[in-house]
Design a protein around this ligand. Structure first.
Ligand code: ARG
Length: 408
């Protein structure tokens, strides 16, 4: 029994968190690990559990959090067209509040005094996990052993060997990867030079657009209250729909993103993502909203969407403003119902059709052909009044409009 009490550690099964398990044990804690399946491609939960126990954990939780991830985090983000700086679908950022929430829940159940994570002192995941944990349970301590211990990579490996921690046999990747079902984030290695095109080996869940099939593939996504409920006419739960769409869109090279991102802590970094399902669903959802939402709602929602993305990115998932934006978004989604058809081809997901029983688009108002129901005569009075302030301004100020006419 450790004299400092129990700590619940977010455990990935990698070197850092395995060494952290042993290190915290040596500091006097009883370590309980929590490994989450959030839809990352390669996750051997059983092996991860054994490794945690071999690294000194007194208990190892392995949890399938995919449904919770989709229902509580991904879907609110989709309703909000969630994209940080208009480009990053927030895949990594969205999983952090869920991890914090799960750590806090287990801590309560186990009577733990602290939770812990394996983030370094440089990234923003530490900020998200700690701010979210504090928001959920201000009494819980948050430990960050990897930030505190000052081990070099070599010292860490030596420590692992000395303590009998099994080292992974897979070759170390040059990249720092974080993956879940909403996308895969890739950093470091050759990507740190923005002049370098991302090497092909950085990608895993998308094929190179040039090597994608020469024939397009069409998908139809049905929405109810802003959320996808069927793929190609087949009703599906969120987890299955996203996983299926990742495979289909990934095969066509859809969802590769390469950006310079403004970090919360102030510097810029080069980020590469592959998010086939996310990019397809976001395109479809935005299209469905254009057909079903009022012009003013769309304009106001855009402002709040930017705020939503920033709050998510900056670790403010559990915050009063986020709750208020969530309520606004829910209200807007009531009529976002219908079907969107997209063409997946050589790296692009392009909307090529949409229909909705709640469409505000009316053919008889939009058409220039027969059947036009727009009142042309009413335009005369409308323009008179609409242009009145401009006309009055000109009458008062007599501003000269520069005009040059050259005759041929
Ligand atoms: N830049 C992204 C974010 O802050 C991705 C972070 C991914 N984490 C990683 N360990 N590679 O949300």
């Amino acid at each position: 029994m450790g004299d400092k009490g129990k700590v619940v550690l977010a455990y990935s099964g990698g070197l850092d968190t395995s060494v952290a398990t042993m290190w915290l044990t040596e500091q006097g804690y009883d370590v309980i690990t929590m490994t989450a399946d959030v839809g990352q491609k390669e996750v051997d939960l059983e092996a991860s559990k054994n490794k945690a126990l071999h690294s000194g954990a007194i208990k190892a939780y392995v949890m399938d959090l995919r449904k919770q991830f989709v229902d509580q985090f991904v879907w609110p983000a989709l309703k909000s067209n969630g994209m940080y700086q208009g480009t990053y679908p927030l895949n990594s950022a969205l999983s952090r509040p869920l991890i914090a929430q799960t750590l806090a829940t287990i801590a309560k159940k186990e009577g733990a005094v602290a939770v812990a994570h394996g983030c370094t002192g440089k990234g923003q995941d530490q900020v998200r996990i700690e701010v979210c944990t504090n928001a959920l349970d201000p009494k819980l301590q948050v430990l960050a052993p990897v930030r505190d211990w000052h081990f070099s990579r070599e010292a860490e490996i030596a420590y692992a060997k000395e303590h009998g921690i099994p080292l992974s046999i897979t070759a170390a990747s040059p990249y720092s990867i974080d993956e879940n079902m909403w996308g895969r984030s890739i950093e470091c290695g050759a990507l740190e030079d923005p002049w370098n095109e991302p090497p092909e080996d950085a990608f895993d869940i998308t094929v190179a657009p040039a090597k994608a099939p020469d024939e397009p593939e069409f998908v139809e996504i049905a929405f109810e209250k802003g959320l996808p409920v069927a793929l190609n006419g087949e009703p599906m739960n969120g987890v299955t729909l996203i996983e299926t769409l990742n495979a289909i869109a990934g095969k066509h090279g859809v969802g590769r993103i390469d950006m310079i991102e403004d970090r919360l802590v102030g510097f810029k970094s080069r980020e590469v993502y592959e998010c086939p399902a996310a990019m397809t669903l976001l395109a479809a959802h935005r299209a469905m909203e254009t057909l079903t939402l009022d012009k003013q709602v769309i304009a106001c929602k855009k402002v709040l969407e930017t705020k939503f993305a920033e709050l998510t990115y900056e670790g403010y998932w559990f915050s009063p403003l986020m709750d208020a934006i969530g309520a606004f978004n829910d209200e807007t989604q009531i009529y976002v119902n219908g079907v969107v058809r997209l063409r997946l081809f050589k790296g692009q997901a392009v909307v090529c059709g949409m229909k909705s029983a709640n469409a505000i688009y009316k053919h008889d108002l939009a058409t220039y052909s027969e059947g036009d129901a727009f009142d042309h005569a009413a335009a005369v009075g409308f323009i008179k009044i609409w242009g009145l302030p401009i006309k009055t301004w000109q009458q008062v100020h007599q501003k000269q409009v520069p005009m040059e006419i050259s005759c041929l």
